[in-house]
Design a protein around this ligand. Structure first.
Ligand code: SAH
Length: 490
C-alpha cells in the first residue's frame, strides 16, 4: 500500500533560495541537498569539493556558476498516483521510496512543464474519468508525464506514459491538452506496464506533431527524442562545451575522437574547428539522433559508431589509428581500463575529460598521469545548482618522455568498486546531514557498506592494534542505509 506524502501548498512563484529552507518540500523531496546554503556558499562548497578531489593534479580554476540559478531544468518528469482519499497527485518520489511527494511548482524546473503536468492531473479524473496507475496492483492508467522544452526554440514535447495499452478517449484528450497548452508542439504516448523504476517503456506512438523537438546549443540545432540523452541545463551546457573546446585549441588539422558522445552534441560543435571527428556511443537511439543532428547542421566531417567506447578504442589502438585529441564524457562510473589503456597506446597529444563525478575522474586521471600525461587545466562548472553535484572539465597533455611527475595520492579517497562509484563518502555524509541532521563518519559509512555487501577496503574497518573500533549506532546506520538507497547503491 502506498503511503503518499501530505499535500502542502507550494508558492506560485519560487522564492529566492537562501538559508532557511525556503522550499516547503526541501526535506521530503531530497532533490536539493544544498538548499540550506546561499548560492555563493554553494559555489564555494563545490569549489572546495573539486579542490579536495582534483587539487592534487593542479590548479583548479574558479567554478563557473549561473547568473540565475533557477528554472534551469529543461526536462521535467512527474510520477502519478492516488492518495488514500482518492485524489490524484503528481510529483517526485520521496527519496528511497515510491511514495509520491506532490509537486506543482519547483524552482529548478521549467515553469511551462510544471503547468502542463498540473493541468493534466486536473483533467485526468474529473474530465476524462481516468485513474492514475497503481504500481502495486498494475491497474489504472497514467503512470508518468515527461515534458521537455527546447529553451532556444520554445518547442515542447509532452510524453504521456501509461501502464495500459488502451487509451480511452485518446483523441479528445489530445484535443483538450492542445487547447489548454497551445505551446505543446508534440505529444507522445509511451506504454510502460512493467515492474520497473524506469520511466519510459519500449513502445511509443506519436499522437501529435513530429515526435521530437529541436533545441539550439552553441549555434547548432539538435534533435531530441523522448528517450535520447540531452543535457538538462542548456545555459550551463553551452559554457561547459565552450570550456572543453577552448581547452582543446583546435587548429583545423586534427582528428578528434568524441567518446561517450550521446547525441553527438560536443563532436558536432567541435567539428567546425577540426579536420574530422569520430563519435562513439553505446545507446543506439542516441546514435540515430547523432546522425540526424550531423545532417541537420550540414556537418559532413563527423562519423558515428554505436559501440562500447572501451572496445572501440582497443580496435583503434590495434589498427594504429592516428588521433590528435580525445574528448571523453563518460557516465558517473567513469571510464574503464580498456579505454584508458588504449588512450595511452594511441597517444593523442591532448585529452579533454568532462565528468559529472570528480571522484571517478580522479581515479582515471591518476592512471593517465602515471602513463604519459599531465593535467594542464581543471575547470569546474555548476550544471546543477542547489544539488551537491559538480561537473568538471580537465585538459591533459602528453608529457615529454624524459619528464615525470609525482602525484600525492590518498588511496582511501579513491574507492573504485562499481557500486561505490555512485556516491562519494562526502555526498553520503552531506545527504545524511541534510535529511537527518546527523553527522556520520567514513568509518560508520564503511561499516554499513560492508554490512550491505558492498566490498569495502580494509583500512576503515581495522583499528590500530589494541584499539577498539567504534560501532555505528542503530540510528546512524538507518540514516546511512537511507542514503545508500537514495544513491541506488543498494
Ligand atoms: N557527451 C554527451 C553525453 C554524455 S552522457 C553530451 O554531452 O550530451 C554519457 C553518455 O555515455 C551517455 O550517452 C551514455 O549512453 C554513454 N555511455 C555509457 N556507457 C558507455 C560505453 N561503455 N561506451 C560508450 N558510451 C557509453
Amino acid at each position: 500500500m502506498n503511503n503518499y506524502g501530505k499535500r502542502k501548498p507550494r508558492p506560485s512563484q519560487p522564492k529566492k533560495v537562501g538559508k532557511g529552507n525556503s522550499c516547503p518540500l526541501y526535506k521530503k523531496c531530497g532533490g536539493c541537498q544544498l538548499q540550506n546554503m546561499t548560492y555563493p556558499e554553494q559555489l564555494s562548497f563545490k569549489q572546495a569539493k573539486t579542490i579536495r578531489l582534483l587539487g592534487r593534479f593542479g590548479h583548479v580554476e574558479e567554478i563557473i556558476g549561473m547568473e540565475k540559478p533557477y528554472r534551469y531544468r529543461n526536462k521535467v518528469q512527474a510520477a502519478f498516483g492516488t492518495t488514500r482519499g482518492g485524489k490524484i497527485i503528481s510529483g517526485v518520489y520521496q527519496s528511497s521510496s515510491h511514495n509520491i511527494v506532490l509537486v506543482d511548482d519547483c524552482m529548478l524546473e521549467d515553469e511551462t512543464a510544471d503547468k502542463i503536468i498540473t493541468d493534466i492531473r486536473k483533467i485526468l479524473l474529473p474530465r476524462f474519468k481516468l485513474a492514475a496507475y497503481n504500481e502495486d496492483t498494475g491497474k489504472g492508467f497514467l503512470r508518468h508525464v515527461l515534458v521537455k522544452r527546447g529553451f532556444a526554440t520554445n518547442e515542447v514535447m509532452t510524453v504521456l506514459v501509461t501502464g495500459t495499452r488502451i487509451f480511452p478517449k485518446k483523441d479528445e484528450f489530445v484535443t483538450e491538452l492542445k487547447k489548454l497548452h497551445p505551446e505543446i508542439t508534440t505529444i507522445i504516448w509511451n506504454i510502460n506496464g512493467g515492474k520497473t523504476s524506469l520511466v519510459l517503456g519500449d513502445r511509443e506512438e506519436v499522437l501529435y506533431g513530429s515526435g521530437y523537438i529541436e533545441d539550439i546549443l552553441c549555434e547548432k540545432r539538435f534533435r531530441i527524442s523522448a528517450k535520447s540523452f540531452y543535457q538538462i541545463n542548456p545555459v550551463q551546457t553551452e559554457k561547459l562545451y565552450r570550456a572543453a573546446i577552448d581547452f582543446a585549441e583546435l587548429t583545423g588539422n586534427e582528428t578528434v575522437l568524441d567518446a561517450y558522445c550521446g547525441t553527438g552534441t560536443i563532436g558536432i560543435v567541435a567539428a567546425d574547428k577540426a579536420k574530422q571527428v569520430i563519435g562513439v556511443e553505446l545507446n543506439k537511439d542516441a546514435v540515430k539522433d547523432a546522425i540526424n543532428n550531423a545532417r541537420l547542421n550540414n556537418t559532413d566531417n563527423i562519423r558515428f559508431f554505436c559501440a562500447d567506447a572501451g572496445k572501440f578504442m582497443v580496435g583503434m589502438a590495434e589498427d594504429k589509428e592516428k588521433v590528435d585529441l580525445v574528448i571523453m564524457d563518460p557516465p558517473r562510473a567513469g571510464s574503464d581500463l580498456n579505454f584508458l589503456r588504449s588512450v595511452t597506446t594511441l597517444k593523442p597529444q591532448k585529452v579533454v575529460y568532462i565528468s559529472c563525478n570528480p571522484e571517478t575522474q580522479a581515479r582515471d586521471l591518476t592512471f593517465l598521469c602515471k602513463n604519459g600525461y599531465k593535467v594542464m587545466k581543471i575547470q569546474p562548472v555548476d550544471m546543477f545548482p542547489h544539488t551537491s553535484h559538480v561537473e568538471t572539465v580537465v585538459l591533459l597533455s602528453q608529457r615529454r618522455p624524459d619528464t615525470h611527475i609525482d602525484i600525492k595520492l590518498d588511496l582511501s579517497e579513491l574507492d573504485v568498486t562499481a557500486a561505490e562509484t555512485k556516491a562519494t563518502y562526502q555526498e553520503i555524509k552531506d545527504y545524511v546531514f541534510e535529511k537527518f541532521a546527523l553527522k556520520v563518519s567514513s568509518l560508520y559509512i564503511s561499516q554499513v557498506k560492508t554490512k550491505c555487501g558492498i566490498i569495502e577496503r580494509e583500512n576503515y574497518n581495522k583499528g590500530k592494534e589494541g584499539h577498539r573500533v567504534p560501532k555505528c549506532p542503530k540510528e546512524k546506520e538507518e540514516a546511512i542505509m537511507d542514503a545508500l538507497k537514495h544513491f541506488n547503491m543498494i
